[in-house]
Design a binder for this molecule. Sequence first.
Ligand SMILES: [Zn+2]
Length: 213
Amino acid sequence: MAENNILLKSTKGVAFSTKSISLTLVVPTVVLPSHSSNSNSLVSTSLNNKVLVLNQSYEPVSVCNAKKAFLLIYMLKAEVVAERKNRTLRSVNATFPFPSVIRVSAYIRVPFKKIELSRKNILRRDNFRCQYCNSTNQPLTLDHIIPRSRGGTDVWENLVAACVKCNNRKGNRTPEEAQMKLLSSPRRPHHVMFLKQFMGNLDENWKPYLFID
Ligand SMILES: [Zn+2]
């Protein structure tokens, strides 16, 4: 963990490429909240914290770890849009905000990523929760909101995760007929919606960009 504690050096006048800097640039010390133990393992964990990367247009494009985010900021290839509270990165003579959301300074062309309509992806979109009773404990099925026998099709907007109990209760009816309210209106997911799956606890700072309620 020695590299985490080596202080940041000035790079003024030093020509470097992105490739070489990743080998030579050292990450400054992470300063954790005073109530935390500033152990090497915590520093290491902090630098692996996930950071949401926004395009120049503010559209989310990916996630990276804090170490990579810091390098992008340091090289002026990105700016901090939202920072983590109670946490900073410190060099010899400067303190940097600990990034939570960054925005790249040059627009990145992102190929359109179509999320395949599949049982697995519908369950992922719905957070593996029954969209009628919010249960996660029971085996989940797919429910056609407008039943197929009534003309409902296999589209993102007509398919939701439902527990066996709710699916059986709803039967061949619409939610209105069965008086079963959906937790939310199902939509086609943007691929970044799935990024939260990597997160565990989603950072509050990300929500405005991922459009999550
Ligand atoms: Zn249910």
